[in-house]
Design a protein around this ligand. Structure first.
Ligand code: PGA
Length: 260
């Protein structure tokens, strides 16, 4: 895995936005896999800034979500569909039909999962999948114990994730327990995966994902199996990495012919 350690959360967002905007410049109709949660917000703000300055046009992009809560009303502002519309699609002028989220309103969720997989295939696969990481090592909502061969399916959230997400549900009682999420193998099918993590509460999960054994107990460790995975970290998130100095050296002495 390529590991990039930067000295601020702003620098993480800048680097991530620049990787995405380079891709969109090369391939305006690319398929972007989007993460939700707090970590990617700053990256999305950078993309919106670039678009407002007319140096980036994302209107031909197809966007796909990683996951969605089950059980929220279709107009609930805490849904990931609403998040993606608010943070990214509306400010960037994306057509709502080009933002694809699993259909969690359906009576047949298994069918929704299969349809989402079929959609990814129809789109020709994901060019770049952006990922955050849970404090329990999840990617998407692939909680500890997820099969590394999993595809899009229904999952029950780990109590730690429910606790982590309670901040988005003041009062705490109605945090959804169920989700539809891309599987680990679905995520690994993307042509490039970019994991971003900031803050020392992510340090243990990040170190286990990058340097620990590949194991279902920490689904993010499956990224070690991906031929083109990039982790972009701030110093606190990188603070448990045993090889941090080596990764910094690799970036410093990056051969000039090597891009993102
Ligand atoms: P966060 O969530 O960005 O809100 O910390 C990351 C995740 O759970 O994948």
């Amino acid at each position: 895995m390529e590991v990039v350690i930067l000295n601020s959360t702003d620098a993480v967002a800048d680097r991530c936005a620049s990787i995405i905007s380079d891709l969109v410049h090369r391939r305006p109709n690319c398929v972007l896999g989007l993460a939700t949660g707090d970590t990617p917000r700053a990256t999305y703000r950078r993309l919106v800034e670039l678009s407002n300055r007319d140096v980036l046009d994302m209107r031909e992009v197809n966007a796909v979500a990683l996951d969605e809560y089950v059980g929220l009303a279709s107009d609930d502002p805490r849904s990931y569909r609403a998040y993606l519309k608010r943070e990214l699609a509306d400010p960037l002028g994306l057509d709502s039909r080009a933002v694809h989220v699993p259909d969690v309103g359906s009576d047949d969720l298994q069918r929704s999962c299969a349809e989402f997989e079929a959609l990814l295939e129809r789109l020709g696969g994901v060019d770049l999948q952006l990922l955050g990481i849970g404090t329990d090592g999840h990617i998407g909502f692939n909680e500890p114990g997820s099969s590394l061969a999993s595809r899009t399916r229904i999952k029950t959230l780990h109590p730690r994730t429910v606790a982590d997400n309670a901040r988005f549900f003041p009062g705490g009682s109605d945090v959804p327990r169920h989700v539809v999420t891309q599987g680990v193998a679905t995520i690994l099918s993307a042509r490039h995966v970019v994991l971003i993590a900031t803050g020392d509460n992510k340090a243990a999960a990040v170190a286990a994902a990058i340097e620990g054994p590949v194991s279902a107990i920490l689904p993010a460790s499956a990224l070690q199996l991906h031929p083109h995975a990039t982790a972009i970290l701030d110093e606190p998130a990188a603070s448990h990495l045993r090889l941090a100095d080596y990764y910094r050296g690799v970036q410093e002495h990056k051969p000039p012919w090597q891009g993102h």
